[in-house]
Ligand binder design. Structure first.
Ligand SMILES: Cc1cc2nc3c(=O)[nH]c(=O)nc-3n(C[C@H](O)[C@H](O)[C@H](O)COP(=O)(O)OP(=O)(O)OC[C@H]3O[C@@H](n4cnc5c(N)ncnc54)[C@H](O)[C@@H]3O)c2cc1C
Length: 560
């Protein structure tokens, strides 16, 4: 049976950064990933990564921290935000030294672009393929240290819990269809986001909230799950992301009358207001009849061919390939679409949670640095800062912990569940169809604008989907690379995540950050300056609350 000191679930930026740090601390490390590491969703990150390193007079980590606190609509924990911004610079330099070729300006300094909600241009980038560049470099580092065992294309189905602590994972080898226990003294969940709870979404199909659900089922609270980010510029029809990089370089948003409507909603920051503000403004324009076919327009024509081809070439390709639109000549129809979860597994700044031996980092975790709304380019930073910290602390914990038990019986429940799935007769209920139906329902009922009746309907609908899910059957009964089976297992994770999102959105009776209640349109600091927590119970999520940590920025009105 495989045994390791630290097992990291996830080979995105957070997972690989955590693994490299744990290795540096001198312990035996393994990474498990359901896709090849460089196919993790981090590869899709386009726009960049934030850090204030004194590159511009007036900018420093404290201004970055304040922008982040304000962006979070004062729901982010300020002690964690301070750490994020203080440690940012060293991570950019470290990535550069590892081999990430960031863009440079005419004078040879690292180039920067402005991003939403930021007081200064402090987003570093590699054209519009920043995540891909960083992910490949981290994977090279993992390969270089060939002591790290990588279980590529292994799917974690559950956590091994013994004596109240996490003692490893149960994983399905996708190549053979066999289940194995993989024992560890410490497990770090770095499984990324849950964007596929919604349809459409900018997220890859693999972003199904697996780790969030695994931790939740094991008894960890998930925090601020109502905080779902709609990105302002996703492509018409497909919902693919058109990165904030375009607006960062100066692109406009216009309505059917050719008006730069953001001037009305956010006179100071215009298109570069925080994402929740821009998404709501766009949806209002569309709802009030000033859209074009359910979209607004992203106009970059004035940026010129050379800039578009050199710094926005991926966006150019996306618009050309999927809509046949040449960004140099024509504006591109875009609309808000689900992009990111600010909430997640509640951890401290070292990735630790309420279960011994279990850690989380990256998008699946809620430290919380993003609160009610994440600023663009703060997420890549989050993966590195808290990935590294969780790697160090999990390694320390592993050093002082005796080896876990050796029983193979831990795989029995999952084996039973999968066997039952293979034996279930086809009754017409299919997980992929259910998944799409649920995603559309979530977009409609738990979307940009929310209210009590629709949210309560969503909670009921989710109960119905869960019942139908119990009947879902497999078409593919093979053992080798059974993606049909993977979809069913993912659907179980997605349902847990959707339950907690709907329950938290129903509970929070105010509007803050990405969570906008038309029946409670004001922020209410007196009653709601607090985090929502959900605990698993067989009858659905149990709600609890936690105070927000305020260090130096008392809540103030938020305008852009
Ligand atoms: C299109 C797009 C563009 C973005 N652009 C930016 C940007 O410019 N700047 C920015 O700051 N942020 C951006 N973001 C957000 C940012 O990219 C993500 O939040 C971040 O990359 C998440 O990294 P991660 O390491 O937490 O997870 P991921 O990179 O998603 O990796 C998750 C890993 O977990 C593994 N995994 C999941 N479940 C299982 C399981 N059951 N068993 C085994 N393995 C499992 C996967 O295989 C994968 O390796 C963007 C996001 C998207 C979708």
């Amino acid at each position: 049976m495989p045994q390791h000191d630290v097992v990291v679930v996830g080979a995105g930026l957070a997972g690989m950064r955590a693994a490299l740090e744990a290795l540096d601390q001198g312990v035996d490390v393994a990474i498990i990933s359901k896709v090849h590491p460089v196919r993790s969703h981090s590869a899709a990150a386009q726009g960049g990564i934030n850090a204030a390193m004194g590159q511009e007079e007036g900018d420093n980590w404290e201004v970055h921290a304040f922008d982040t606190v304000k962006g979070s609509d004062y729901l982010g924990d300020q002690d964690a935000i301070e750490l994020l911004c203080q440690e940012a610079g060293e991570h950019i330099i470290e990535m550069e030294h590892m081999g990430v070729i960031f863009n440079r300006d005419e004078e040879g300094y690292l180039a920067r672009r402005g991003f939403g909600g930021a007081s200064y241009a402090r987003t570093f980038f590699v054209a519009d393929i920043t995540g891909q560049a960083m992910l490949h470099v981290l994977y090279e580092q993992v390969l270089k240290h060939h002591q790290i065992k990588v279980y590529e294309e292994w799917f974690v189905t559950s956590l091994i819990m013994e004596d109240g602590r996490c003692a490893g994972v149960v994983a399905l080898e996708l190549l053979t269809g066999r289940l194995y226990p993989i024992r560890a003294k410490a497990v770090i969940l770095a499984t990324g986001g849950l964007g596929r709870v919604y349809e459409p979404s900018t997220n890859g199909l693999v972003c199904s909230g697996d780790g969030i659900s695994l931790a939740y089922r094991a008894g960890a609270p998930v925090m601020d799950m109502e905080m779902v980010q709609y990105h302002p510029t996703t492509l018409k029809e497909s919902g693919f992301l058109m990165s904030e990089a375009a607006r960062g370089e100066g692109a406009y948003l216009t309505n059917s009358g050719g008006e730069r409507f953001m001037q009305r909603y956010a006179p100071n920051k215009v298109e570069l207001a925080a994402r929740d503000v821009v998404s709501r403004a766009e949806q209002t324009e569309i709802d009030e009849g000033r859209g074009i076919d359910g979209c607004v327009l992203l106009d970059s024509r004035h940026l010129g061919k050379e800039l578009i081809h050199s710094r926005l070439h991926q966006e150019y390709d996306i618009a050309m390939t999927y809509l046949g639109i040449d960004m140099v000549e024509q504006p591109v129809p875009v609309r808000p679409g689900v992009h990111y979860i600010m909430g997640g597994i509640k951890t401290d700044v070292d990735g630790a949670m309420n279960i011994a031996g279990l850690y989380a980092a990256g998008e699946c975790a809620c430290v919380s640095v993003h609160g009610g709304n994440r600023l663009g380019a703060n997420s890549l930073l989050d993966t590195l800062v808290f990935g590294k910290r969780s790697g160090r602390h999990a390694a320390d914990y592993a050093k002082s912990t005796p080896p876990a038990g050796e029983s193979e019986a831990v795989i029995t429940p999952d084996e039973g569940q999968i066997k039952a799935l293979f034996e279930r007769a086809d009754n017409g209920e299919r997980a992929p169809l259910l998944r799409t139906e649920m995603g559309r329902m979530m977009d409609e009922h738990v979307g940009i604008f929310r209210e009590k009746k629709a949210l309560a309907q969503a909670v009921d609908k989710l109960k119905e989907y869960r019942e139908r899910f119990q009947r879902a059957s497999l078409h593919d009964k093979g053992k080798v690379y059974n993606t049909d089976l993977m979809f069913v297992l993912e659907m179980g994770f997605l349902l847990d995540c959707a339950d907690t999102i709907a329950a938290s959105a129903l509970a929070r009776e105010e509007s803050r950050g990405a969570h906008y209640r038309t029946d409670f349109p004001k922020r209410d600091d007196e009653s709601w300056l607090k985090h929502t927590l959900c605990y698993y119970t067989p009858d659905g999520p149990r709600m609890d609350y936690l105070p927000v940590t305020i260090t130096q920025w008392p809540p103030a009105e938020r305008t852009y």
